[in-house]
Write a protein that binds this ligand. Sequence first.
Ligand code: AMP
Length: 303
Amino acid sequence: MQIVVVGSVALDTIETPWGSREDCLGGSAFYFAIGASYFAPVQLVAVAGTDYPKTARATLAERNVDLIGLEFADGETFRWGGRYHEDMNQRDTLFTHLNVFEHFHPKLPDNYCNADIVFLANIHPSLQLEVLEQVQGPQLVAMDTMNLWIDVAREDLERVISKVDLLFLNDQEAMQLTGRRMLLTAVQQLHEMGPKWVVVKKGEHGAILFGPDKQRFAVPAVLLHRVFDPTGAGDTFAGGFLGYLAKQGSLAPEHLREAMVYGTVLASFVTEQFSVDHLVGLKTEDIEARREELRDLTRWGKV
Ligand code: AMP
């Protein structure tokens, strides 16, 4: 199956308790594309400025990401700054410089419009809506968002949510969006807003998939000695998840469960270094070894 992702490519400035880095390669679509590329071909739609480094394009091209939809505009690339607390689940946004994003309207190349899977990565919900107007009969539309859009663009955000099949969000966003503290109640409300499937990410505590007829599946996070920089973990999770489904060519419940596992595995790699330093260059054996770790961690009954 063909996957199209629309989102940000960025230069991120990150501070963590372990160190800091300026202008490292990031962005919601960037992380997603690298993650998904381990399973299926990805077509990326985003905008970059004239300062976007050649190394970024090379990194994506090496992972066979199709860049025909990557537009270049006069001006600077989108920049985002974040600082993590001692508790790495807590982060403050230091700055968001939209730059070339300010005048961006996603335009899907003709051969992207028939994609089977469309991922609306985190960008302004009005841009996510523009993408939905261009795609023709995808089998699955999934989206991600962030607290900023819940605060400043709620109406557009609710409109996008009403049109997608699958919503990825973290537990804090689920509560913020619904005003509900209990996860099950929040998720019920999210289903009522539109999506058949909801994936709630809980950082180091794993993720839970909720579907129709009380289908539920929880996966713990891979146990790590050190989370170095969690930036992009959510996007990479979505990349592993949707990439796996695209590879299977199936949205059957058993494949959705396995997708949860591969999303978790890919996300674990990205947290071990800044940017995609540890995510690029993985071998199939690395990915499969972590999948086995998760299997062992959650096996019960006769062992
Ligand atoms: P995550 O850690 O999964 O929330 O994703 C972090 C990535 O999202 C970073 O690489 C940022 O460049 C990107 N990002 C942060 N804020 C925004 C925004 N307002 N719009 C688009 N992308 C963003």
